[in-house]
Design a protein around this ligand. Sequence first.
Ligand code: SER
Length: 628
Amino acid sequence: MTAQEIRQAYLDFFKDKGHSIIPRALLVPEGDPSTLFTGSGMQPLLPYLLGQDHPAGSRLTNSQTCLRAQDIEEVGDNRHTTMFEMLGNWSLGDYFKQDQITWVWQFLTEVVGLDKNRIFISCYSGNQQLGIAKDEDSADIWTEILSKEGLSTKRVDIGSMDNGAKIGEQGGRIFFYGDKNWWSRAGKPNDMPVGEPGGPDSELFYLYPQVKHDTKFGEHCHVNCDCGRYIELGNCVFMEYQKGNEGFTKLPKRNVDYGGGLERIAAAAIDNPDVYAISLMRPIISTLEKLSKRDYASNTTAMRVITDHLRAATFLGVDGIVPSNKEQGYVMRRLVRRAIRFAFDLGIEQNFIEEATNTVADLYHKDFPEVAKRRDQVIALLMKEEKVFRQTLRKGIKQLDKMAARGHLSGEDIFILYDTFGFPVELSVEEAFTRSLPLDPKWREVFEQKMKQQRERSHTAAKGTFKGGLGGNSAIHRKYHTATHLLYRALRDELGDQVVQHGSNITEERLRFDFSYPSKLTPEQIKSLEDSVNTQIKRDLIVSWAEYPTEKALNEMGAMGAFGDRYGDRVKVYAMTPEGSDVPYSLEVCGGPHVSHTSELAEGGKRFKIIKEESSSAGIRRIKAALI
Ligand code: SER
């Protein structure tokens, strides 16, 4: 099966089992300040995992594009990618371990046809301190399935990664690990902030016997070893706990959150440990081979990096991100520039972005209509970035000339050229060589050390984003969410229907709202927007919601939505209505959460204030506002 066929078969399989297929969420989470990107399929479903009813029911499935920017530097081996599709199915208080485990096994072995002998399992070993038991239930279900297949059911207690490397596989089939088999967005139980849901999980691994264990990763191999002999295919999270002030409590419902990597499953289906060999990747590599007149076998790393980065950058573009120096835009810029740098290494000078990105779009446009719709725009955007970057490279040459005047090139110089001007290391070395400029003997060590410091800085920043608060459900978050609706309504009233939401983001400190409008707002307009929002806060509108068929909500009722958002068949619509009236002031498609009365926004004598109004990109304005 091709990757495209596996995706479709997965959705069909779970639809058949009573699941509603829900659209993927954007790569940039809406109203969720906890992460820069959607990093797992469950992230957009958080309110429902916490207990809210989902309009599409208690069984859901989709293929969610995910982006894990922390992995940028790891890209280049045969399995890491920044962007991937996560095949997900969820039970919101519906089925639990028995069905989940049976179905995932059926799907992988009967539908995809993977070799049963090569699938290995891990389960949670429990945590006495937290009072959470060893997951014998899952292990028993696996035992039943495996023994029916005539396969070994031997259990091995591994515990930690270190112990795994020490004792190895021991001929086991079901392995118990500690924190490795606990899943939450924040990781281990101890790292979870209060309110965060999580739970024990059971993972599936595929063995590639053709890969030899590398002792660089530990003395012995085990299913969680990073050497690449075992590849994780999927993870069944049994999400039934929530972190409380002291220990864990049970969530109102027992949920299942399954996620499987489409690219990795597709690689297993062709028995190739290289995810870049699959039908959603290989054509991009082929375009690079054509453009560079070099082959994949001898230019593996560069071609993988370019392929990964352009896929991610294309989807970021489709989802409305523009290269910039901040947040998501910065990551997008880094991805495009790294791709161009590696293309430079391959000697590709002409038509790079245009041709390669076209190949990416060709692979996705049938299954993702938004790719078909925005491909030309995105390609133009990336080509513009390519042009800007080539100018930067030229500036880098000037900088290098200045450095050269000192008579030598140091590791720090090379780092500055790399970090600030996007200069490939090889390019700096080459330039030094052609100018007969000596390199400091220790240049490489110094460069590596600077790189390490830089990575640590960016990891700290990424962690900080998470710690910055799972604001998702805090009181202030709800207030800003409600304020955002009031602002959107006020913008429409003040500036007309050409105002369409292009994005929104909320932190504990402020709301941010992007919308289409051709010119800078005047101080009078800003004042009048503030007045309008403050008036509605004072009027104490009642906030309520109900579900409607999407068609009716958007077209008949005129509920406002955001540009580029794709909705399922039914949507949740929030209304803000004056007491005693049945004509809402604001009507907007939204998942919530909100306050119940707008006067809550004025608690503590606070007022709504626009702190900043600026351009976000061509034709898009950005407002930052706070309750102060
Ligand atoms: N949320 C889990 C993961 O990301 C399973 O979907 O692995």
